[in-house]
Write a protein that binds this ligand. Structure first.
Ligand code: PLP
Length: 449
């Protein structure tokens, strides 16, 4: 934590000169130069330390620099840093076995990718080949990744510039009572109407042409909307009725985030394909994948699967996954996420909502929470307009700056803050973050009417 502003300036200068950043106007960004990270914290070269309530991009489920996982990566590097995907390799075999031991139902075969988007691409490829159909249905208010099919499935503004109209994707409204597309008053109504709307969409698109329905089990970046009880089971039934492959995207919600190994467990639902990435090894080395049901695996028993990646099941990434999953089992990280979520974060956020008029809704579970910030609780007008930039987004920017001033690094998306600390966050850290939020929310309150 020794400050070294000169080194920080050098890191920043090279970044600004040569690094082309994601999702950004390159001339308008000012990335923080990060000197180090451990557990739930990271720090800059000026000596400022931040409590990371973002888990990176919601991936460091066991925090930064877990010694067991760092050691496993070092040992794997010394033994076999890399190997081609066509071979059976110990780290890869063991990672697949461990992942399959936690996935629901018969999702027992694992196709490895380098991240989430590639997992979604390959899940859709499998669904199309398995069914012989082309269309894929996905929800508004979703994010599935930035490659071609994945971004076309995505239901937020990040799709707009890359929407090529030939991807066979069709969007529908998933349940979200707070901003219901169906004018529902209760979760039961929202569930029933959303299922009817989905069935209507299937019927009007032509069931014989629909290969897959792709849903985030709990939509993440789009706002952490836990589906009402019965919705995912209802989607499962629609898929069975119309011969459609059900793909659950657990890239963000999986590996402990919701207080279960996979979010699908909350609803006792088993998809045909499930995508994962991020938490599988806390992002220490890039890794993602698709967990495949017996029936879909059977399709590719005698027929080649036409997809692959040079680094599929990279030994270093798989060794990190093996160590991460063992750490999560031994240190009861999933149980911790459920416990701290139910006993500290959830009650703490609801308490903040009592005192801060800018909080329109508190929702979430485990280490997966969102605060919907509004100008007016009655009208639910968002604190900033949908997809706002520049001056329109200023109230959220000011709120974010206040969080940082209080030592908290926040995850902000449009008019929401997502509270997504590592799943092994301690009670003291959770309380520290809530206290910082409490102070920063005063800035958001100034914009309420
Ligand atoms: N699916 C979901 C639900 C995600 O949240 C993300 C990333 O945030 C992705 C897919 C894409 O993953 P990646 O960025 O690793 O390609």
């Amino acid at each position: 934590l020794t400050p070294d502003p000169a080194q920080g300036a050098a890191v920043k200068a090279a970044d600004r000169a040569h690094v082309f950043h994601s999702w950004s106007a390159q001339g308008l960004i000012d990335p923080l130069a990060v000197a180090g990270a451990e557990g739930s914290y990271f720090w800059d070269y000026e000596g400022n330390r931040y409590l990371d309530f973002t888990s990176g991009l919601v991936f460091t489920n066991i925090g930064y620099q877990h010694p067991e996982v760092v050691r496993a990566i070092q040992e794997q590097a010394a033994r076999m840093t890399t190997f081609a995907p066509a071979f059976a390799v110990e780290a890869r075999s063991e990672a697949a076995r461990l992942i399959a031991s936690h996935t629901p139902g018969d999702l027992d075969k694992i196709f490895f990718t380098n991240g989430g988007a590639e997992a979604v691409e390959n899940a859709v490829r499998m669904a199309r080949l398995h069914t012989g159909r082309h269309k894929v249905l996905a929800a508004y208010r979703s994010y599935h990744g930035a490659t071609n099919t994945a971004i076309n499935l995505t239901g937020d503004p990040r799709r707009w510039a890359s929407d090529n109209g030939s991807s066979g994707t069709v969007h529908f409204w998933a349940p979200f009572l707070y901003r219901s597309a169906f004018y529902s008053a209760t979760q039961e109504e929202e569930c029933a109407r959303a299922l009817q709307h989905l069935e209507d969409t299937i019927v009007f698109e032509g069931p014989a042409g629909v290969a897959a329905i792709v849903l985030e089990t709990v939509p993440g970046t789009a706002g952490i909307m836990t589906p009402p009880p019965g919705y995912l089971q209802g989607v499962r039934e629609l898929c069975d009725r119309y011969g459609i492959v059900f793909v659950l995207d657990e890239v963000m919600a999986g590996f402990g985030r919701t207080g279960k190994w996979f979010a699908a467990e909350h609803d006792d639902v088993v998809p045909d394909l499930m995508t994962f990435a991020k938490g599988v090894n806390s992002g220490y080395v890039p890794l993602g994948g698709v967990a495949i049901s017996g029936a879909i695996a059977e399709t590719f028993e005698k027929r080649a699967f036409p997809g692959g990646l040079t680094y599929s099941g990279h030994p270093l990434a798989c060794a990190a996954a093996v160590a991460t999953i063992r750490v999560m089992e031994e240190e009861k990280v999933v149980e911790n996420a459920a416990h701290i979520g139910a006993s500290v974060i959830g009650p703490g956020l609801r308490d903040l909502a009592e005192r801060h008029p800018s909080i329109g809704e508190v929702r979430g579970t485990g280490m997966f929470w969102a605060l919907e910030l509004v100008r007016n609780r009655e009208t639910r007008e968002p604190l900033v307009p949908y997809n706002a930039t520049g001056a329109d987004a200023a109230p959220m920017a000011a709120f974010g700056a206040a969080c940082k001033k209080n030592g908290l690094w926040p995850f902000i998306n449009m008019n929401r803050i997502h509270v997504v600390p590592p799943c092994n966050v301690t009670e003291a850290e959770a309380k520290e973050g809530l206290a910082a939020l409490d102070e920063a929310l005063a800035v958001a309150d100034e914009h309420t009417a």
